[in-house]
Design a protein around this ligand. Structure first.
Ligand code: C5P
Length: 409
């Protein structure tokens, strides 16, 4: 049911503004009534006439437009809607929002609103990665603003690529409908005030200065959980082995290489309300790391590499006496006897839940984008359908939030 749903779309000044015209169409196709506010900069890229033709509504551009003020007024514009979408959200517009500035119609509406706000950033990758922008993003998330994107890819400027492209209009429209249907004044932030520590990625265990033992973990699932926990309002410390993924927005990332470093970083990050150990930690490391590159000695015999067991981070955290997080979640990536092995881990490592997944090569889970998981707890087993890793992350975070709420009564 989308009848009666209304969106106020604030279009910022960027080349992605042309995609906002498509966004209007996608929203209208879904039965959503759209009003548009355009910043002065947006009008350098697209015209109010084009936006007006697509919305069949007056387009608002000026804070001091007497006619518009008599008509609806900026306060009504800010509140008389189910949702505000800012797309494209420029670095400048996000900085104004984070600071609470209200110098033009767009920023005034954003300050005056009591409705949910969905922001779709679009900017040059260097501007997105800048600590000032990331600070603003973190502030806005803490304020309850929902984000979609940016995505990585080619930029409009030739030769520029990276994280900064606006999310696709269809994805924005779908997210907007979710928020409209949720109908709350602010997007739910069920983990606000909680600290979540997450491990992700593989570890690299050096053999000598140039070689190491590793595994095929991409870190996608752990990083997606970190992003979902941050979106849910948590303070997130992500301790990551070597991965090629971008740092999730609004998350403190601590890069490590080895299992020993990962354990030390986890211990330093505590206390936490929740620990999610999603890293594929190498079980063994080389007993005596070579200080020089190991050479063939001409005998035809390979060197004997003695291995020693790594510390088990999940088990260490699960067995903590004083500082144990309320909820300790581990993963079990198995190629056989999935449930029996997961249940064994639950007991041995003193975890509360084990997220079990089949990583047989035929499943494509390792490094892929989809995952079929089962949640093994002390109360039973829950089967989840095959989902994208982002969706698995969101559901897991929602389940964690619900469990904390029940525990805290
Ligand atoms: O025993 P196995 O490696 O299958 O256990 C997987 C779970 O234990 C994962 O949650 C993983 O992050 C964690 N683990 C760990 N430290 C290790 C080995 C595994 O935290 N050394």
């Amino acid at each position: 049911m989308t009848g009666g749903k209304r969106v106020l779309l604030i279009i910022g000044g960027g080349i992605a503004a042309y995609k906002s015209l498509d966004l209007i169409r996608r929203l209208r196709e879904r039965g959503v009534k759209v009003k548009v506010v355009m910043t002065a900069a947006a009008q350098q890229f697209i015209t109010p006439l084009a936006a007006g033709a697509l919305t069949a509504e007056k387009v608002y551009t000026d804070l001091f437009d007497r006619e518009a003020e008599q008509d609806v007024g900026h306060i009504r514009l800010a509140r008389d809607t189910g949702l505000i979408i800012v797309a494209p959200a420029t670095a400048d517009l996000m900085a104004k929002m984070a600071q609470g500035l209200a110098g033009d119609l767009a920023s005034t509406v954003l300050l005056a609103t009591n409705r949910p706000v969905l922001v779709a950033p679009a900017m040059n990758p260097a501007m997105w990665a800048h600590p000032a922008t990331q600070r603003n993003v973190a502030t806005l998330k803490t304020d309850g603003i929902a984000f979609i994107g940016p995505e990585s890819g080619e930029m409009a400027e030739s030769g520029e690529a990276g994280l900064g492209r606006m999310a696709e209009p269809l994805a924005i429209a779908e997210r907007a409908l979710e928020l409209l249907e949720a109908g709350s004044a602010l997007p739910a932030r069920p983990l606000a005030g909680k600290h979540v520590v997450i491990t992700s990625g593989p570890t690299h265990e050096p053999i000598d200065p140039v070689r190491y033992i590793a595994n095929r973990s991409s870190g996608k699932q752990g990083h997606a959980i970190a992003a979902a926990a941050a979106e849910a309002g948590a303070r997130v410390t992500l301790i990551s082995g070597p991965v090629t993924l971008p740092d999730p927005a609004g998350v403190t990332v601590i890069p490590v290489e080895t299992a020993k470093e990962m354990l030390a970083a986890v211990e330093a990050a505590l206390p936490a309300d929740v620990a999610i150990m999603a890293a594929a930690v190498a079980d063994w490391r080389v007993a005596q790391e070579g200080s020089e590159k190991i050479k063939k000695d001409g005998s035809g015999q390979p060197p004997a590499l003695a291995l020693v067991e790594n510390p088990d981070i999940l088990s260490t955290v699960g067995h903590l006496a004083g500082n144990r997080p309320k909820l300790v979640v581990g993963f079990a990536a198995e190629t056989q006897n999935l449930i029996a092995n997961a249940q064994g881990k639950l007991q041995r490592k003193a975890a509360d839940w084990i997220v079990a997944n089949d990583v047989s090569p035929s499943t494509g889970v390792m490094g892929g984008d989809a995952n079929t998981v089962r949640i093994v707890t002390h109360d039973g087993i829950e089967d989840w359908p095959t989902l994208g890793k982002t969706e698995v992350a969101r559901r897991l975070v929602a389940r964690i939030a619900a469990a904390l709420e029940t525990a805290e009564g």
